[in-house]
Design a protein around this ligand. Sequence first.
Ligand SMILES: O=C(O)CCC(=O)C(=O)O
Length: 291
Amino acid sequence: MTHDFSTDHQPVSTFLSRDPHGEDPDAAFRLSDEQIAFFHENGYVSGIRILSDDQIEQLRSELSALLDPQHDGRELWHEYHSNESADPNRVLFHALGAWRVSPGFHDLLWHRAFGIPASQLLGGSVRFWHDQLFCKPAEHGGVVAWHQDYSYWTRTQPMAHLTCWIGLDDATSRNGCLQYIPGSHQWNLLPITGLAGDMNAIQEALSPEQWERFQHPVAIELKAGEASFHHPLMVHGSYENSTSSPRRAAVINVIRDGVTSASVDPLLQGIPAVPPGQPLGGQFFPLLHNA
Ligand SMILES: O=C(O)CCC(=O)C(=O)O
């Protein structure tokens, strides 16, 4: 029986051992007032360094083991799609639950380089919601269609959620980096129109004025180890990867402490339900950063 790291609510390895120490060890990780204001105005803030070169290498190495569908711990995933792409000529690996399976992805959740900015942007203590891996292989990586994250999360309320997208490779316009529609976090909640099929399926749910904004997406080009944080209503997506290198990413989704279940069904596959009205907590939703 494999160990389930979700029973461990503190780091389990040396992944974070080189974190800064000293008088104000958090100072290096704090967002500036300008970065926070930019997030509230535009719905995202990007170019935030999270991982060192060693940490990138460790996560890449753990990820290559996880991509083998027969790996130890495979029963722990909430979702595992070797290929979620609706295009038969493309591949999009997408999985939820890496923190339960692999020590580096587990310890990443407690990285203060992530927890401190997340707390600043959420305006309170940071609780884990779930993680995701999005990997586009070289040559035939598939799209992630335009969507808002909260369309998938209405089973948790109120909306006080945040996404952190961390590149494990340099992300560029050519290899399918994240794209944002700045300001769309001020829009209404849109319906689910598909995650890995038609890039533009969302158009059917938009007004002509909203659709016009898709003429001006912002490509979030990042160095490996850098992150972008976005609001739960931010419309985002990513195009194909046809380059000769993979484009891999680890995503951490969090909530402000106190967000409750709004569902009688399990919030994630394979775990017990949290009764409606009860705050998320316990084994699968640890507190990551106390404000
Ligand atoms: O990695 C991608 O291309 C898409 C990621 C995404 O949709 C998300 O982080 O919510």
